[in-house]
Design a protein around this ligand. Structure first.
Ligand code: ZN
Length: 570
């Protein structure tokens, strides 16, 4: 009967639950044996692909035009009428597969994850996670409402950010203080929200039978391949080999600015990155961004370049900033046509070039992994996903100059590359503050429920990992940095993933420095395994070691620093 399913996700999107349900019922009723399991999985995949693509396309539509209320209604109606009942049935199908005891090829890891989900399932936690989602929305509302009066006009904090690229230090300090004052005005409200988050999280862990939220969260993320102790090893390695290198970056920044100490208004994102001076202007129209990125990607690898050409030809890139578009950038995977889609808000800055290369890496991952036969195999974790994207930023970097058909003069390209490599060095210490803070929070529940103790811990960690920055006299702003990290409020423990992925990406890049075709071959091989292997195996397949230690990290830091020395900036 499955050959009567619609031939496109668009058509499927118009189906009612009454039309769809018989297919699920058929899967539920069919006998499952070693002989039938492959056809059963293939049929389930056919159904899931259409459902997944329909819902993804509807979700994309809501971001392309946020004023399109019909698109929002359509999306929400589909979630409610189709996706919710489908989820209940899919849970039953998962249980059917687990109960069969069958182990289809390439299903070892998907089965492990299914077992995990079944074990974690706890009815009492469903309303709690809805409450948690509401708290997240409140957090977003508090942050989203932050604006300041600047020269007689109300400005959002994002609108003021470009001023940090000004040469006028007194101006930068004024902007920074205005923003900081606005942040601190929300301190009591954010502390209150924090306490609500803490008690909800503790309750969820208890309901699911865990002693603390950290061990519960670990299982929720299916982190079977590394432990909290590995994260602590990673923090210590970063303190030992990255912090001194980051301090050297800050020393160079001080010289560049001609200042005695680096104050927060000499930095940009997260109060840790120096902004690029002068700002790079890679393109003025988005077609240029699209075309030149294509030229660059073809030089990284002709076949990856060909994937990108498909996206271009099929209209799968929506990159220009327009009124009504949702903010930010993302890559989405269309399950039925097996194509990626990239959404951005490009305005002509270097960050747009970096973001497109990053999202292209995610897109290539999907091209490769979606060749696997069953949808359960297409689920890969954030750690390997970010290896795919961060590697592409590094692999493409040598082709950014006009000489290679890219965007910049030689010296501008060098400036862009130095900035990128310095950001990598500065990210790890900041990541360690964010991650170590959360390890402490969720293993010291009672203490961490008091925001004053959180402030003290954040301040202590900031001193440990970012000692080169001068926050003298700005103590309140310094210790409340955790208020400004949305991951801490909304997606606890999701952050170390980026740090681990960067380790993998740098190794892929290092391989490419000695033999690019071989390195790209391995990279693609690793991505093509989707979620069918453990994390150490996936890393190994891309040519990288899944590691936390100071020795591996130190080798990568040396490579970054020697590359920075070899580049001549503007
Ligand atoms: Zn990413």
């Amino acid at each position: 009967m499955f050959n009567t399913l619609p031939a496109s996700a668009l058509e499927f999107a118009d189906w009612s639950w009454a039309q769809i349900q018989p297919y699920y019922t058929d899967l539920q009723n069919r006998p499952l044996t070693a002989d039938t399991v492959n056809a059963w999985l293939a049929d389930w995949t056919g159904l899931e692909q259409r459902l997944q693509e329909a819902v993804t396309r509807m979700s994309i539509a809501t971001t392309l035009d946020t004023t399109d209320t019909a698109a929002v209604t359509r999306y929400h109606t589909f979630l409610q009428n189709i996706v919710e009942p489908a989820q209940v049935t899919e849970n039953a199908l998962r249980e059917k597969l687990l109960a069969s005891g069958l182990k289809p090829d390439g299903f070892e890891i998907p089965l492990r994850n299914m077992h995990n989900e079944a074990e974690l399932f706890c009815e009492a936690n469903i309303p709690l996670s809805t409450q948690e989602q509401k708290l997240s929305n409140e957090y977003q509302a508090v942050i989203g409402a932050q604006s300041v009066q600047w020269e007689g006009e109300e400005k959002t904090l994002a609108q003021l950010k470009p001023l940090f690229q000004s040469d006028d230090r007194a101006l930068r300090e004024r902007v920074w203080r205005a923003i900081s004052e606005r942040h601190l005005a929300d301190r009591p409200r954010l502390n209150e929200l924090w306490q609500q988050f803490m008690s909800l999280r503790k309750q969820q862990a208890t309901n699911a039978g865990f002693g603390d939220f950290r061990s519960y969260r670990w299982r929720q993320f299916a982190r079977f391949d590394y432990s909290p102790a590995d994260c602590e090893t990673f923090h210590a390695a970063i303190e030992k080999v990255v912090v001194p290198a980051a301090t050297r970056v800050y020393e160079r920044q001080k010289k560049l600015l001609g200042v005695d100490s680096l104050r927060p208004w000499d930095l940009d994102r997260d109060d840790t990155y120096p902004p690029s001076r002068p700002p790079l202007k890679p393109f003025t129209n988005v077609q240029d961004l699209i075309d030149k990125t294509g030229v660059i990607l073809h030089q990284v690898d002709p076949e990856l370049g060909a994937y990108y050409d498909i996206m271009k030809a099929e209209g799968l890139l929506d990159l220009e900033n327009r009124k009504g578009k949702a903010p930010g950038g993302y890559q989405s995977s269309l399950g039925f046509v097996k194509r990626p889609f990239i959404f951005m808000n490009a305005v002509g800055i270097h960050d747009d070039v970096r973001t497109l290369l990053h999202e292209a890496g995610h897109a290539f991952h999907w091209f490769e992994a979606s060749r696997l036969p069953y949808f359960q195999q297409w689920n890969y974790g954030a750690e390997i996903a970010e290896v795919a994207s961060m590697s592409m930023e590094l692999l493409a970097a040598p082709y950014l100059s006009e000489k290679h058909g890219g965007f910049y003069s030689e010296s501008e390209a060098a400036q862009a590359r130095i900035g990128h490599l310095e950001h990598i060095l500065l990210f790890w210490p900041y990541m360690s503050v964010v991650d170590a803070f959360q390890h402490w929070v969720y293993t010291h529940h009672d203490q961490a429920t008091d925001p004053a103790n959180c402030d003290a811990k954040w301040g202590e960690l900031w001193g440990r990992f970012l000692p080169a920055l001068d926050w003298n006299g700005l103590e309140d702003a310094r210790v409340t940095g955790w208020h400004r990290k949305l991951h801490i409020f909304e997606i606890p423990f999701y952050y170390v993933d980026y740090g681990l992925a960067q380790m993998g990406a740098l190794q892929v890049w290092r391989n490419a420095l000695s033999d690019r075709p071989a390195a790209i071959r391995q990279y693609r091989e690793g991505l093509s395994l989707g979620g069918t292997r453990t994390l150490p195996d996936l890393f190994a397949a891309t040519g990288a070691k899944f590691a936390f230690d100071a020795q591996t990290l130190g080798g990568l830091v040396d490579l970054i620093e020697s590359t920075i020395r070899s580049l001549k900036p503007a």
